[in-house]
Ligand binder design. Structure first.
Ligand SMILES: [Zn+2]
Length: 326
């Protein structure tokens, strides 16, 4: 049973948002691709696990745990009465070689050290287990989800720590018949006491780079024609309500300026005052938590992201959107 959902990471959402409002540098493009690929790999793992069935285990996905003094991220933790299995998911593609503990792709050494990363993640959980004198196992596997991943190594001790795509179904099926009893509950309680939010968010962008205004949710064009309650895209003809546009812009603000309080002025600047301030004020009051600090008022978006906002019941959009087919 999956215990939580897996969403796009903050980093991925940051680059998705940034790309809509400016030209990415080559370094940014490369990070964007890395995060996209990572997320695709994790979704693929989830799909296969879903297909194989996960009734006999409890699975945490994309979890941050504060263990000791540091915070560790886990792609997946598979739990039953036997203990915890860490699954570190890698969406590597191409020819890899491991020599003397170092990883190479097409002959070039890569910056990541997957096995060391896995060992560290497992070690942290062993520390947690020992701190409560827990009687359960902790182990881990590196999961390579792509069928276009090839590994060569002279180190035979590596193979037992690795699951490649070809063996992934069989590996996940291996969890069938496990027991979820008191011990699993104990582990879940123990983990949940240490769950934290991702502390590694430090994205912040130079405002001058950003294109101000609002843009079509379908094709990204900034060329919109106003009607009373909607904006119509002059490129693709999609018609979205003012409120939808404002929700998207609030979403953009929170990912582009993480941790920076949003005032009405700052928000209006981002949207280039293209929607009437009264409509903006109403939307801010409806979709944000309000912090009053002396004379200044700041707004904090209530939702995780734009999709979350649209899916929430209280985000009833009075004026429907009409998106053209892609
Ligand atoms: Zn459009």
């Amino acid at each position: 049973m999956f215990l939580n959902t897996r969403g796009k990471s903050h980093d991925l959402l940051f680059y998705e948002t940034l790309e809509r409002r400016c030209e990415l540098t080559s370094v940014e493009k490369s990070w964007f691709k890395t995060f996209q690929k990572g997320f695709e790999g994790e979704c693929l793992y989830d799909d296969i696990f879903e297909d194989v069935g996960h009734d006999d285990v409890l699975v945490y996905r994309d979890l941050y745990l504060k263990l000791g003094k540091s915070v560790t991220q886990y792609d997946a933790l598979v739990i039953n009465d036997d203990g915890i299995v860490v699954n570190e998911i890698k969406n590597y593609t191409g020819d890899y070689k491991v020599e003397g503990g170092d990883w190479f792709r097409n002959g070039q050494r890569i910056s990541e050290a997957p096995l060391a990363q896995l060992n560290r993640a497992v070690g942290k959980l062993i520390g947690l287990k020992n701190s409560v004198n827990g009687q359960f196992g902790v182990s881990g596997k590196l999961i390579f989800v792509s069928d276009d991943f090839y590994l060569q190594t002279d180190d035979n001790s590596l193979w037992p720590k690795i699951v490649v795509r070809m063996d992934l179904r069989r590996y996940l099926r291996g969890f069938r018949g496990g027991k979820i009893g008191n011990k699993s509950q104990f582990i879940i309680r123990l983990l949940s006491e240490n769950i934290v939010e991702n502390p590694y968010i430090d994205n912040n962008v130079d405002e001058a780079r950003l294109r101000k205004g609002i843009y079509c949710g379908q094709c990204g064009s900034f060329s919109l024609i106003k009607s009373r309650f909607h904006l119509v895209c002059s490129e693709c003809g999609s018609k979205e309500s003012n409120e939808t546009h404002l929700l998207r812009a609030m979403n953009d603000y929170q990912f582009l300026f993480y941790g920076k309080p949003m005032t009405r002025t700052a928000f209006s600047y981002l949207i280039n005052e293209e929607i009437h301030w009264k409509t903006v004020s109403r939307a801010l009051l409806k979709h944000c938590y309000i912090n009053k600090n002396g004379v200044s008022t700041t707004y904090q978006f209530k939702y995780k992201d734009f999709d979350d906002a649209l899916s929430k019941g209280d985000t009833h959009i009075k004026y429907k959107d009409y998106l053209t087919q892609k």
